[in-house]
Design a protein around this ligand. Structure first.
Ligand SMILES: N[C@@H](CCC(=O)N[C@@H](CS)C(=O)NCC(=O)O)C(=O)O
Length: 202
């Protein structure tokens, strides 16, 4: 299998899961520009017509996209690691949380990457602070979003919290979320993925 990624993009979440689960998956960095090329010399649009990362190429040539689906696929390759709970209400809470991160946080951050006007930025940040406060409510007094154990939802949450840090979004009113971010950052798999993508530890 091969994961197509871009450093620090949302593809960092499956990269972390690959390291958490010790999966045998190769990495291929996409060069973003007018044309998008893979390290192995292919036109990335021929792999994912949407041109976005993450994309996972399976050994039979099938390509899986959409982070929420791809994260679950990776977790299913190592069920013994418990990265995607399948029992009882936890299963549905996992899906709820993945969708919340994808649609309310990930896509809430996306416009910040395109240099919005100061007014547009202020409105985006206000909305994101509300959604980050909701993420803290979901976390409650648990160690990870679903409970005591790290799951794929935490890998995805790490990516958006790293963006919050990079865009200097004030989290001073969200101390539990800040501690949670530090807890995630300290995980060896997170550190390994950051290093492999050439990123500093936040
Ligand atoms: N719907 C996709 C969106 C993925 C996405 O937004 N990827 C971003 C990086 S975080 C990207 O590749 N953007 C470049 C582009 O779409 O042109 C998913 O959830 O996986």
């Amino acid at each position: 299998m091969k994961l197509f990624y871009s450093p620090g993009a949302c593809s960092l979440a499956p990269h972390i899961v690959i390291r958490e689960a010790a999966l045998d998956v190769a990495l291929d960095k996409i060069t973003f520009g007018k044309e998008r090329t893979t390290e192995d010399g292919r036109d990335f649009f021929s792999i994912n017509p949407q041109g976005s990362v993450p994309a996972l190429e399976l050994d039979d040539g099938e390509v899986l996209t959409e982070n929420a689906a791809l994260l679950q696929f990776l977790a299913a390759q190592a069920p013994e690691k418990g990265l995607a709970p399948q029992e009882g209400m936890s299963r549905w809470r996992l899906l709820e949380t993945l969708n919340f991160i994808a649609t309310e946080l990930h896509k809430g951050f996306s416009p910040l990457f395109h240099k919005p006007s100061p007014e547009a930025r202020a409105a985006l940040v206000e909305r994101l602070q509300n959604r980050l406060a909701l993420l803290q409510s979901k976390l409650g007094n648990k160690r990870y979003l679903l409970g005591d154990a790290f799951t794929i939802a935490d890998a995805y949450a790490f990516v958006v919290l790293r963006w919050a840090h990079a865009f200097q979004i004030d989290l001073s009113g969200l101390p539990e979320l800040k501690r949670y971010f530090q807890r995630l950052t300290a995980r060896p798999a997170v550190q390994q993925a950051l290093t492999e993508e050439g990123l500093p530890s936040p």
